[in-house]
Ligand binder design. Structure first.
Ligand SMILES: [Ca+2]
Length: 458
């Protein structure tokens, strides 16, 4: 080897090593434990961790991971400066292993403010939270002045504005018993102003027993300028409850998306998720409520795939309700969804216990065995494309794309899974169908793709 080559290699190695060293220096782990202490602590040692998550966040620099041992933390967190952080909970006391189930990290709001406040006003914030329970957060109008818009977001309020960028990724997170008096009991995300963008992912998480008049579990929204993209994957929405003052109508017990005339740049994908026992009393969309200008198949701002709606309740649209104030109406694309045992009880009009929708499409889905005011399973208003689906009682115009049936899907007892003799087995279309079902089983299994969220596996 020539000396020149040697020196070039040495220089290259030096550059690589420098990059590694600098990289390490700029991406440290910070440690927090209920056994720790904040006093004069930079949180860099796992054997002498800090005491509070909030202090750990103030010590962290962009790129750091704040590792939090299991235990109860009575705090409200706030992130309002430009940074990229990972908040990682559920660690053992010695930080050797992470197991949020065995050693949960529970953040309980200390004051009547959101558990976590994230404001990206003209700046870039990236927050990944993994293995964290957030509970008892509140955003109320007569609170002590939350920096988020008042009433938006009880557990987490996350807003981007003035051309900022916000990326919020939640995995293995539990949002429970949070309260907002306007929108988003568990979580509220909002994009405002031209050039602002917000990306939200919620994965493998549980949203339960949260309360708000709209979007009791989660509310996702934008004005007519900002863009918001959200993916909710393997999220359990359970027993969230629309509730407000003076017995007014409530919307979106589990999830709500957009409000006219805002919310037009909100793209939401919901997949592999379960909406069970959510309520929007005196209103619409017990499981899921959306408000948009309507859409046709393939261009809908809301896609709901491989998901189950069961035991949800509203006046109209017990499982799913999609609306717009003007004619033309709101739309969604519904693929391999099972909606059963939901209830709508609006005595002055149509029920739509399963699905109440104006435009969009329903493909490979089972809407059957819902309760309340007729039509119990599906109410449409214009040109909803119906494709290879099993619908019980329905009313309203549809565009029949073929392959539709109206037969008892023969669910397994008190379940959404298909029994061996179900007419929904192999009678769906594989065109546009997810390649796995809600359990992760391959679709198709057998001779063809099944209707509904479950692919029958013998
Ligand atoms: Ca099959």
């Amino acid at each position: 080897m020539h000396a020149v080559q040697m020196s070039v290699r040495s220089v290259l190695w030096a550059v690589v090593l420098t990059a590694l060293v600098v990289g390490n220096a700029r991406a440290a782990d910070r440690f927090v434990s209920t056994a720790g202490s904040d006093a004069g602590n930079d949180c860099l040692s796992s054997v002498s961790p800090c005491r509070t998550i909030g202090y750990g966040i103030t010590q962290a620099v962009s790129g750091d991971t704040v590792k939090v041992a299991g235990g109860n933390y009575l705090e409200n967190l706030s992130i309002t400066t430009a940074t990229t952080l990972i908040l990682s909970g559920g660690w053992a006391g010695d930080f050797s292993v992470q197991d949020p189930t065995a050693t949960p990290t529970v953040l309980t709001a200390a004051t009547q403010l959101p558990g976590v406040t994230i404001l990206a006003n003209g700046i870039t914030i990236g927050l990944t939270a993994d293995g964290l329970t957030i509970q008892d957060g509140k955003n109320l109008p007569d609170g002590v002045g939350p920096p988020c818009r008042q009433g938006f977001g009880g557990g987490i309020c996350a807003q981007v504005s003035a051309g900022g960028s916000l990326s919020l990724a939640l995995s293995r997170v539990v949002l429970q018993r949070n309260l907002a008096n306007r929108l988003g009991g568990g979580l509220h995300v909002l994009g405002l102003d031209l050039g602002s963008s917000l990306n939200l992912t919620v994965t493998n998480s549980t949203v339960t027993r949260n309360v708000a008049p709209q979007g009791a579990g989660i509310h996702i929204d934008a004005d007519d300028k900002a863009t918001v993209n959200a993916t909710l994957d393997q999220v359990l929405f359970m027993r969230n409850r629309g509730a407000g003052s003076q017995r007014r109508a409530t919307y979106g017990g589990g999830l709500s998306v957009g409000i006219a005339p805002t919310g037009q740049n909100v793209q939401v994908l919901v997949q592999n998720s379960i909406f069970d026992g959510n309520k929007a009393n005196r209103g619409a969309g017990g499981g899921l409520f959306a408000w948009n200008t309507g859409c046709t198949m393939g261009s809908c701002p809301l896609n709901v795939m491989n998901s189950v709606f069961i035991h949800n309740h509203a006046s109209v649209g017990g499982g799913i309700g999609v609306f717009n104030s003007s004619s033309g109406g709101g739309g969604a694309e519904i693929v391999n969804v099972t909606a059963t045992m939901n209830t709508a009880n609006f005595r002055k009009g149509d029920g739509g216990g399963g699905v109440f929708i104006f435009t969009g499409s329903i493909r490979n889905s089972i809407l059957w065995g819902n309760h309340g005011i007729r039509p119990r399973d599906l109410r449409t208003f214009s040109d909803v494309m119906l494709d290879h689906s099993d619908v019980g009682e329905m009313r309203g115009p549809i565009a029949d794309l073929g392959g539709n049936i109206s037969s008892d899907p023969l669910f397994a007892l008190r379940d959404i899974h298909l029994s061996a003799s179900s007419p929904a087995i192999d009678t769906g279309t594989c065109d546009g169908a997810p390649t796995t079902d809600i359990d992760g089983d391959p679709r198709p299994t057998g001779a063809g793709c099944d209707m509904g969220a479950d692919e029958f596996v013998p």
